[in-house]
Design a protein around this ligand. Structure first.
Ligand code: IMP
Length: 426
């Protein structure tokens, strides 16, 4: 198996975790490389369902190794909850889960600031998950962050927290009129959390590179999606990390030569949570039906997802900035319900045809999606296991998407379970 990156090629929630879980069968090591507990990765194994926010989806395969890489912002209490849950369901984690000592830690003041900033922004709010992601990445690039390894060095942890809490309290109180936090209380809590995660903390860059040298097969698991990327997304309505495939290298400490395949996961339609432009959004009955049939409610916040038709212009951009080698198309079964299906093939902007997703949000806000109508198939696909057994119109729909994007399809997902998957040549 080639080493693979699995990324979201829309606005997140594409079903990456199911694809990662499916592909882990052939892999040895799965690595999360960016984002934090803003992600909600759902995996169903047998009759058990897990929602991971931090632990890689590959953990459900006994014997496989998982790494939370240096590019992640780690909420230690959250990862401990997930560890407890996975253990309680009978999965052994000893010697299989590693947390980068140079990953950043999300602290209570990050969450407070995230929420206060959003509240103060009023109509300009981003609609964040409130998990402290933006402020944690801010501290990282501002060089005022606390790293996982720092939690294990008590004397310097107290000193750093005293300084950083004082400066964040200034902002919390003076800018937002919020309540100050106690450095002593945070120190006591995070020293204890540090003790509890210590058995998992390691130099993961060395672990990953040693696996590479031994010819082990790696999967890099992305979180969120390409149009939420801080450089390539609908800025400022984005998350605070790079979500594109190239971030796998930086966020785990490998060179670009380590990766041979880039799999872009897309839903057979489009969804978005949070604010910001969404050219193919359907505000009426179609959007409602997609939400109902596709169970489109956020795995992290429970918020209703905004829904619309497949947008090939947006995914064309994602194919480009990620260098996609394959598509994994998920939730194909949701389309079983429709008489007719629309696919956005290009946009119009000020009377001009646009084939590329604009990089300025002011243009994205003004584009008009131009659709091609395709016939539906109105028959259930959840039990289909082979390409040839898909209804003819379903095959036509998938082929049209691959043609529009000029990227071949590697995987089709027809339901949340592992076996509800068709794998094509990859
Ligand atoms: P943040 O990452 O919490 O700062 O939120 C920034 C934007 O990214 C908001 O629109 C969130 O709804 C969105 N977002 C963050 N994580 C996810 C995810 O895992 N799936 C979908 N949207 C997300």
């Amino acid at each position: 198996m080639p080493n693979r990156v699995v990324v979201g090629a829309q606005w997140g929630d594409e079903g990456k975790a199911k694809i990662v879980d499916f592909l882990t069968e052939e892999a040895d090591l799965v690595i999360r490389f960016q984002g934090g507990a803003n992600a909600g990765h759902t995996v169903e194994v047998g009759d058990q369902k897990f929602i991971f926010h931090l632990i890689p989806a590959g953990i459900m395969h006994p014997g496989k190794q998982c790494v939370i890489g240096n590019g992640v912002v780690l909420d230690p209490a959250q990862v401990l909850n997930e560890i407890d849950e996975v253990r309680s369901k009978g999965f052994d984690l000893d010697g299989r889960l590693w947390i980068a000592e140079n990953a950043q830690v999300v602290l209570p003041y990050h969450k407070v600031l995230d929420q206060l900033k959003e509240k103060a922004a009023g109509k300009a709010a981003i609609g964040t998950t409130g998990r402290g992601i933006g402020p944690a990445y801010y501290d990282k690039v501002n060089r005022t962050g606390i790293r996982v390894g720092d939690l294990l060095e008590e004397a310097s942890l107290r000193e750093k927290l005293t300084r950083h809490v004082a400066s964040h309290n200034e902002t919390i109180q003076k800018m937002y009129g919020g309540e100050p936090l106690s450095a002593d209380a945070i120190f006591a809590e995070y020293r204890e959390l540090g003790r509890r995660i210590a058995p998992y903390v390691a130099d993961t860059v060395a672990i990953i590179n040693s696996a590479l040298k031994q010819g082990k097969r790696l999967i890099f698991e992305g979180a969120q999606g390409t149009v939420l990327d801080v450089d390539h997304g609908t800025y400022p309505f984005v998350t605070s990390s790079n979500t594109v495939a190239a971030a796998a290298c930086v966020g785990s400490g490998v060179g670009p030569t380590a990766i041979q395949q880039v799999i872009g996961v897309v839903k057979a339609y489009t969804t978005r949570v949070g604010n910001g432009p969404f050219p193919t959004e359907e505000l009426g009955a179609i959007g409602k039906e997609l939400r109902l049939v596709g169970h489109e409610y956020g795995a992290t916040t429970g918020r209703e997802r905004r829904c619309g038709w497949f947008d090939a212009v947006l995914v064309r951009r994602a194919a480009m900035v990620n260098g996609l080698t394959h598509l994994a198309i998920t939730k194909m079964d949701v389309m079983d319900a429709f008489d007719e299906i629309q696919v956005c093939t290009h946009y119009e902007l000020d009377g001009r045809r646009l084939d590329q997703f604009p990089s300025q949000i002011s243009a994205v806000e003004r584009v008009k999606p131009i659709y091609e109508t395709m016939p539906g198939w109105k028959s259930p696909t959840v039990e289909v296991r082979e390409w040839k057994d898909l209804p003819e119109n379903a095959r036509k729909y998938l082929t049209r998407i691959a043609d529009l994007l000029e990227v071949p399809i590697g995987i089709i997902s027809l339901g949340p379970k592992r076996h509800q998957t068709i794998q094509l040549e990859m």
